[in-house]
Design a protein around this ligand. Structure first.
Ligand code: GLU
Length: 304
């Protein structure tokens, strides 16, 4: 597959696309990001890199971090996790409280905010320094120790995080949060504030296209069953209530974040990340969705 040619074609086709969507503003620091940032990076399973635009610039990965925290929690407590968080698409916005009422404080899946907060609680229970453990995991799978939190973004979200505070306290009332709400939120706000570039994200997510093994050394980080489950969750729940649309248009497992990043992967082929901050009404990068749809049109391949 000539990914070089395909990315060049995508770059030229989308170069003059008028900006549609709006940069997230409910986290004040994110509102400051220029809307015209645009980059893409594809890493194939043979270790070859292809990129254009702002692909090396780091941005706030936001909800994409939920894939890393889930992987770490699965490694820490195995199948016990599924007693506390379900694996069904939610069909409601990412920060919704309503389902928790009827479902006894068990979140629909680990990628809505409620589910990610339960996963954060698991990490707080199982690691003496959960923020450090999460960063160490990301450093291990990317081979890059310079990846870090942006403390300004974390503080900005903490200041305005009324809904996430409500979610964690509500789940605590059902007995589904073990630790102090403040400790769980501190980890959650920091994980969302991790800064990575499209290149870093492709480097991290190649693990999920390479059956859980690091590309360079083939060292196993996750079992093939764990990878199957994480990819299945990305496919069915990775885009909030637009997971069906992403599956329909792109046909790959992936995860988005309100920082405007989307990362997707084709098992045994590649991992790809796109960054464009303006979001569509469902909170997913508007341009990112279109670019990835074009990618699977041009390759002629998806998982389906
Ligand atoms: N930090 C964001 C929040 O909790 C993450 C949401 C997202 O990226 O979709 O609202």
């Amino acid at each position: 597959m000539d990914y070089n040619l395909i990315l060049k074609q995508i770059q030229s086709e989308f170069a003059d696309t008028p900006i549609s969507g709006r940069v997230a503003s409910y986290i004040p620091e994110l509102a400051k990001v220029p809307p015209d940032k645009f980059g893409m990076h594809l890493l194939d399973c043979k270790g070859r890199h292809y990129c254009f635009g702002d692909s090396n610039e780091r941005f706030s990965i936001q909800s994409i971090s939920k894939v890393f925290s889930l992987a770490l929690a699965m490694k820490a407590i195995g199948d016990e996790l599924w007693n506390r968080v379900d694996v069904e698409p939610s069909g409601v916005p990412f920060n919704s409280l309503s389902q928790l009422e009827n479902e006894a404080g068990i979140p629909r899946n680990p990628f809505i905010n409620a589910g990610a907060l339960v996963v954060a609680d698991v990490l707080v229970s199982n690691f003496s320094n959960p923020k450090g453990a999460l960063l160490t995991f990301i450093h291990e799978i990317t081979g890059d120790d310079s990846i870090d939190f942006d403390p300004v973004v974390a503080a900005s979200e903490a200041q305005e995080g009324y809904r996430n505070r409500a979610l964690v306290n509500y789940m605590k009332s059902f007995g589904n949060i073990e630790n102090k709400a403040a400790d769980v939120l501190d980890l959650y706000f920091h994980q969302c504030a991790i800064e990575m570039s499209c290149k870093d994200l492709a480097q991290a997510f190649i693990l999920f296209s390479n059956q859980g093994k690091l590309l360079e050394t083939e060292r196993e980080i996750l079992t093939s069953v764990q990878v199957k489950r994480i990819n299945a969750l990305m496919q069915t729940c990775g885009f909030y209530d637009e997971a069906g649309e992403f599956t329909f248009k792109v046909g790959l497992p992936g995860k988005s974040g309100v920082g405007g990043g989307i990362v997707a992967l084709h098992p045994q082929h590649y991992a790809v990340a796109v960054w464009s901050p303006p979001l569509n009404p469902n909170g997913n990068s508007a341009l990112g969705m279109d670019v990835l749809e074009r990618l699977t049109q041009l390759t002629g391949l998806s998982i389906f």
